[in-house]
Design a protein around this ligand. Structure first.
Ligand SMILES: Cc1ncc(COP(=O)(O)O)c(C=O)c1O
Length: 390
């Protein structure tokens, strides 16, 4: 067998291996595990979206390659309408919006479309690993922007040396944020747009969690900022919006050149999404409602955060996302604490170090807990944590 490409060695060691082994062991022993691990909605896709898929799949026109330039026009129009209603932002279906097979592939392929050996991308830490890994696999280098609690988990752009900023081609942001649950302000987005203009950088906002919000909170879009479309592209996804992670549908919107370059890259890699999924996705953006799921997340969030606060842990309620970012008690390392949670209390959470060195000292709880119908499993988790760690 020939050797694999060395770019595959630019991925980090599999940090979750040990936790995965402990999880398998706990399950094999028949232990009652409460799983706050993977960030994947446990609730089903709303029924009317599934019905729409069924209806669209009956139409043979959906069975062939989607040969449109940027995705089925009804999907692109639904995205344009969604941006207009949701944010008052105008994006054109003919060249400012691109259909994606989930936002992950879009983010990954954007790095491949822009990064050459020696190029630089500015990436947050802790973060979803896709930004840094694809930059490195494409031969590029990354410059870390630490996300610190005292700065609201926003990067300090003024701390980036100007010679670094001048070299950078891409700047990745992700708000609402995985794993910290932090949100961005319009003021921060304005600074980011200004920074991108000043240093001629393509600003990339991953907004996969834009609709996972609580108590009427509305997260801004980067594209609401004046001048953003000249320097920015925003990624969104139906995965977390409507519990559709398995359907694989998302979109990018913003700067025309960035959309065209990403599309060119993708046209040699994939052949777009099943058109029936695009039709159901368009329906979802225009008409569907996921409030029931959000209310359940909110209930779980409140039980978990208030429960941990009641034993003296310094945990904040996120306004958005389904992640609760919990500092480890007494300076325990994130891996050790995740192991203790699993071994002592049968609770699975993800060690923060898995999201980068600045994630050390935290564990991430995803409140997408399977088998929890109205907060009872989360209550049980709080009871166990109080018993073993309180
Ligand atoms: C921050 C972030 N961005 C993007 C994604 C990818 O979502 P999808 O590819 O399902 O749209 C995820 C998935 O967990 C995520 O956490």
């Amino acid at each position: 067998m020939p050797a694999r490409a060395s770019r595959l060695d630019k991925t980090p060691p599999y940090l979750f291996g040990e936790i995965a082994k402990l999880k398998a062991k706990a399950l094999a022993e028949g232990r009652d595990l409460i799983d706050f691990g993977i960030g994947d909605p446990d609730q089903p896709t709303p029924r009317d979206i599934i019905d729409k898929l069924y209806e669209a799949a009956q139409d043979p026109a959906t069975h062939r390659y989607d040969e449109t330039p940027y995705g089925e026009p009804f999907f692109l129009q639904a995205v344009a309408e969604w941006y207009r209603r949701r944010y008052g932002v105008s994006v054109e279906p003919d060249g400012e919006i691109l259909l994606l097979i989930g936002s992950k592939e879009g983010l990954a392929h954007l790095a491949w479309a822009y990064i050459e050996p020696g190029d630089l991308a500015l990436v947050p830490d802790p973060a979803y690993t896709v930004y840094a890994i694809n930059t490195r696999m494409a031969g590029g280098e990354t410059y870390t922007m630490p996300l610190r609690r005292e700065n609201g988990f926003l990067p300090d752009l003024s701390a980036i040396p100007s010679e670094v900023a001048r070299r950078a081609k891409l700047l990745f942001l992700n708000y609402p944020n995985n794993p910290t649950g932090a949100v961005a302000t319009q003021q921060f987005y304005r600074e980011a747009v200004q920074f991108a203009h000043e240093y001629d950088i393509l600003l990339v906002n991953d907004a996969a969690y834009s609709e996972v919000v609580y108590e009427g909170y509305r997260h801004p879009s980067l594209l609401q900022i004046e001048g953003a479309k000249e320097v920015a592209i925003e990624f969104n996804s139906l995965s977390k919006m409507f519990n559709m992670t398995g359907w694989r549908i998302g979109f990018a919107a913003g700067n025309r050149d960035a959309i065209a370059n990403l599309n060119k890259m993708k046209s040699y890699v994939d052949s777009k999404q099943f058109a029936a999924v695009s039709r159901a996705g368009a329906y979802a953006l225009l008409y569907a409602d996921n409030t029931r799921t959000l209310n359940l997340y909110q209930k779980r969030r409140d039980i978990l955060v208030e429960g941990l606060q009641s034993i003296g842990w310094e945990v904040h309620k996120p306004k958005a996302t389904f992640y609760v970012w919990v500092p480890t008690p007494g300076g325990t390392s994130s891996i050790d604490f995740a192991k203790q949670l699993l071994e002592r209390a049968g609770i699975l959470a993800i060690p923060g170090i898995g999201y980068g060195e600045h994630g050390e000292g935290y564990v991430r709880f995803s409140i997408t807990v399977s088998g929890d119908h109205h907060g009872e499993r989360v209550e049980e988790a709080v009871r166990r944590i109080r018993e073993h760690f309180g």
